[in-house]
Ligand binder design. Structure first.
Ligand SMILES: [Zn+2]
Length: 148
């Protein structure tokens, strides 16, 4: 998402749009970006810098840490804020800042029932206690209990 400095009036400007899902460059396979990165930002100039505040929104698909089912998780960042020094540039690319803030909003241990739209069926009935994910699930369960 590039901003042309010369197109920002003194009173600032409201910018809305989207960047393609490919900006997230997710390659580890556990989280997949399935929607564009929508942004709604107020940008302005001050003392040689550009600042932007506003909202970001996108959707990811990832695996539930309990039942291991893939599910879709909308992510919203409502308090995005960043400031960039201009160094005489006429264009500023905010893509990296948007991307980082969205990725920071991802849950470290996502549950498919986190948004209340379904009930997690729980761990799959594999009949084996030695699957690699078994111990991981125990850790996540402990963390959940700690939070309560
Ligand atoms: Zn689940």
């Amino acid at each position: 998402m590039k901003i042309h400095i010369l197109q920002i009036p003194d009173e600032g400007k409201h910018i809305e749009g989207e960047d393609p899902a490919s900006v997230f460059e997710l390659e580890d396979g556990t989280v997949e970006s399935i929607a564009p990165l929508f942004y709604s930002l107020d940008v302005g100039l001050s003392e040689g810098g550009l600042f932007a505040t506003g909202q970001l929104r996108t959707t990811f698909r990832m695996g539930c840490v309990s039942c291991l089912d893939p599910f879709e998780l909308p992510i919203e960042v409502n308090d995005f804020a960043c400031q960039v020094e201009l160094d005489g540039r006429e264009h500023v690319d905010l893509t990296e800042s948007l991307r980082e803030d969205i990725l920071l909003a991802l849950p470290p241990h996502p549950h498919c029932d986190g948004n209340g739209q379904r009930t997690c069926p729980g761990p799959p009935q594999s009949g084996s206690k030695s699957t690699p994910t078994e111990s991981q699930r125990d850790v996540w369960g402990d963390l959940d209990r700690l939070k309560l």
